[in-house]
Design a binder for this molecule. Structure first.
Ligand code: NAD
Length: 499
């Protein structure tokens, strides 16, 4: 069976141990590949390659680094279809959704090609007599990225284009469930002219992650995944002296006020709740209609649309939603629907009853599910289900809706649907959530802004990509200069004061 290897020093390297994991096609439930799981020694070898490549890469002018990324960007545009097909074959998402993911990833490469401008420092002339001061941003060294299954290309691309543009070298540890996209990215970077060892991929599990967190040459770690692992990465990485940004799980609400355009809100909810089978960290999993009348009207609109939603494998180009990623994920989602029902939620549409298309009986399919009359004491509200399950929590007032959102431990994204500018502004400014949409259901910031949640959705001080990414992957240096033509004086023992 096809084994997915590591990629270091610009070549795929064979695996020196019998640690492997199966890779499945979620649409059929069939194992299609195995993936090499790196040992600590293999991780060390990759870090050494990155460490060795770093000084020259860091010295290269930002413009030359940007030109390599620019060639990489052209390759990505040319081969987006190929990358999307690979993503769908291991993740299960539809072809259009995978293409959308690739496009959003390319946006970060586009941003990173602006590195020469982004890395410009600040200069102050004459801070003292004949004394000038300037500050600049320098790369950190070897940095690592650890990524989740749900965006096999986009999430790595939130990280490495910016890290590389800033002059760091990179070791990526993708999710072992979707390992192939990262290898294509590595090959294409190499084809674009990236020097050996600047970008490396170690496939693996906890052993590889721990080896990265413990390695003294890894200066910073970017993580995206579930909250328990994000907490662990942040605690262990910072304890080992590394800079860490660890993005975690989510439970995103959409508040629908009585004056909202309900057709627009229902359409938006369909895509935001069931796109990518709800396996997006920005998926809306809770609708909060304000007043029962709005809730009833919303449910009435959603049901026929959900009944018509085309669920199928990515090979069926008309499918609007694919399977979930694994059998374990399918079971977890089915179990949550049962818990919601047992706790008193009304199962308006039951995805457990979905019958997979012919030939895909063993695929990991769950149909779109609508739970109404969900209350905050239920696990379906408290926990991240990460599947195609939309809960409706009814509220009578705007204040009650805000209180519900604020009470949740996760604070990644939130949306409000309304025509009332005052309410939208108050909501946007007061809500304690990292990314807010006004009549926008998935407020995923574009690449030149930064992505990140609050509370239990992010551990660390920096969001990803945009200027926050540049700040994360660089450190400041301030240089103060005086030249011999300046004023001469004898030794001074008091704290220097300029001016
Ligand atoms: P996960 O936490 O299981 O895995 C993420 C990464 O951590 C993988 O590379 C995995 O190999 C590694 N890992 C898993 N268990 C580990 C352990 N015990 N020790 C060390 N490393 C470990 O997440 P997932 O299931 O791949 O992805 C889904 C989760 O990611 C959801 O919670 C989702 O909300 C979250 N996510 C968040 C964002 C965001 O921006 N906040 C974006 C995408 C996904």
């Amino acid at each position: 069976m096809n084994e997915i290897p590591q990629f270091t020093g610009n070549t795929a390297v064979s695996h020196g141990s019998d640690r492997t994991a199966p890779v499945f096609d979620p649409a059929t439930g069939q194992q299609t590949k195995t993936v090499a799981l790196a040992t600590a020694a293999e991780v060390s070898a990759a870090v050494l390659k990155a460490r060795t490549a770093w000084p020259e890469w860091a010295r290269m002018s930002p413009l030359r680094r940007a030109r390599i990324l620019d060639r990489f960007k052209s390759i990505l545009w040319e081969r987006a279809e190929t990358l999307a097909e690979v993503i769908s074959s291991e993740h299960g998402k539809t072809h259009d959704d995978a293409l959308g993911e690739v496009t959003r990833g390319i946006e970060v490469v586009e941003f990173a090609t602006g590195a020469p401008h982004l890395l410009k420092g600040e200069v102050s002339e004459n801070v003292g007599t004949a004394v000038d001061s300037y500050s600049l941003r320098q790369p950190l060294g070897v940095v690592a990225g650890i990524t989740p299954f749900n965006f096999p290309a986009m999430v790595p691309m939130w990280m490495f284009p910016v890290a590389l543009a800033c002059g760091n070298t990179f070791v990526l540890k993708p999710s072992e469930r979707v390992p192939s996209a990262s290898l294509l990215l590595a090959e294409w970077l190499s084809e674009a002219g990236l020097p050996d060892g600047v970008f490396n991929v170690v496939q693996g599990d906890k052993e590889a992650v721990d080896a990265l967190l413990e390695h003294p040459d890894v200066k910073a770690v970017s993580f995206v995944g579930s909250t328990p692992i994000a907490k662990y990465i942040h605690a262990k990485g910072t304890a080992n002296g590394k800079r860490v940004q660890a993005l975690g799980g989510a439970k995103n609400h959409m508040v629908i006020l009585p004056d909202a355009d309900l057709d627009q809100a229902a359409n938006a909810l369909m895509g935001a709740a069931f796109g990518s089978a709800g396996e997006r960290c920005m998926a809306i999993s809770v609708a909060v209609p304000v007043t029962d009348a709005v809730a009833d009207a919303l449910v009435e609109r959603l049901v026929p649309m959900m009944e018509k939603l085309r669920v199928g494998p990515a090979t069926d180009r008309s499918a609007e939603m694919g399977p979930v990623v694994s059998e374990a994920a399918r079971k977890r989602i089915v179990d949550y629907i049962g818990q919601g029902e047992a706790a008193g939620a009304k199962v308006v549409l039951d995805g457990r009853r979905f019958i997979p298309p012919q030939g895909h009986e063993n695929g990991y399919f769950v149909g779109p599910t609508l739970l109404d009359h969900v209350t905050p004491d239920m696990s379906v509200w408290k926990d991240e289900i990460f599947g195609p399950v939309l809960s409706v929590v009814r509220r009578n007032t705007y204040a009650g809706a805000v209180e519900l959102v604020q009470a949740h431990e996760y604070a990644n994204g939130v949306a409000i649907f309304t025509r009332d500018g005052d309410a939208a502004r108050a909501f946007s400014h007061e809500i304690e959530v990292g990314m807010v949409g006004v009549n926008v259901p998935l407020p995923v910031p574009v690449a030149f802004h930064s992505f990140g949640g609050w509370k239990q959705s992010l551990f660390g001080d920096h969001h990803m990509h945009g200027m926050e990414g540049v700040r994360f992957y660089t450190r400041m240096k301030a240089i103060t200069t005086r030249w011999p033509t300046g004023v001469r004086s004898g030794p001074e023992f008091a704290m220097p004061t300029l001016g």
